[in-house]
Ligand binder design. Structure first.
Ligand SMILES: [Zn+2]
Length: 242
């Protein structure tokens, strides 16, 4: 049997329907906040920069190790060259060794020049790596700040929406309280299909589906008792007569 309800109680369904639409809109807003896409992109950007910074740091470590190794080699070459020079200066070496030592001093000087060129190249590479690292750190700081700002905006928007949802839930509960169970069950059943479950009948038009009801449907509605719950023949919404 279709439910019956006091017309004033039936009218409250319009407020319930209004709250339900506002709730759906708020839930949709919560899911489609522009900040959510910004946060996803910002998180990816921070990850990417952090990865690049780790690589740059590894590169700096490698360059420093190579520079230390090169310094040691240069020191060894210098020491060997000095030892040869000292022996030459002392004039104590056997004559047959003198020519060899002179050759060796020349070749050590060449070797030292090559190593020093390499050291210079390493220094330049280190400067570039430092500059890259500085840029990455600057970009990372900016990206983290952007991300934090987007997260703060999201949290503020969520708090507002959640407030609105809580108020709507409380208001809805107050409206529904004391309504006949069969009326609310019918309302929920229509709403569970994703439809507007109650709307005003405005002349011949259903305000839920915006369709005009035909003459015979209207005749039946106007013939029904005030407590009878009537529905749109087009969309099934509970129609509230004014
Ligand atoms: Zn309708």
């Amino acid at each position: 049997m279709p439910p019956k309800a006091d017309p004033f109680v039936q009218r409250r369904l319009l407020d319930v329907a209004r709250l339900d639409q506002a709730t759906s809109a708020a839930e949709h807003r919560r899911k489609s906040l522009p900040e959510l896409a910004l946060i996803a992109a910002g998180t990816a950007r921070v990850d990417e920069l952090r990865h690049a910074a780790v690589l740059a740091q590894t590169e700096i470590g490698d360059l420093d190790r190579a520079a230390r190794k090169l310094d040691n080699e240069i020191d060894a070459v210098r020491a060997r060259s000095k030892r040869d020079s000292d022996r030459l200066a002392a004039g104590t070496a056997p004559a047959k060794d003198l020519e060899n030592m002179q050759h060796e001093i020349v070749s050590l000087a060449r070797r030292q020049a090559t190593l020093e060129d390499e050291a210079l190249e390493l220094m330049e590479a280190r400067e570039q790596a430092d500059a890259l690292m500085a840029t990455l750190n600057k970009d990372l700081t900016a990206a983290r700040a952007d991300l934090a700002a987007a997260e703060a905006r999201r949290d503020a928007a969520f708090a507002d929406i959640d407030d609105e949802l809580r108020r709507a839930t409380a208001e809805r509960k107050a409206l529904i309280d004391g309504m006949p169970a069969d009326l609310t069950a019918l309302y929920e059943q229509i709403r569970s299909r994703g439809r507007v479950a109650a709307a005003a009948l405005n002349g011949s038009r259903c305000e839920a589906c915006r369709m005009d009801l035909d003459r015979s449907a209207l005749g039946e509605i106007w013939a029904a008792g005030v407590e009878d719950v009537v529905r749109c023949t087009e969309c099934g919404a509970i129609l509230i007569r004014s």
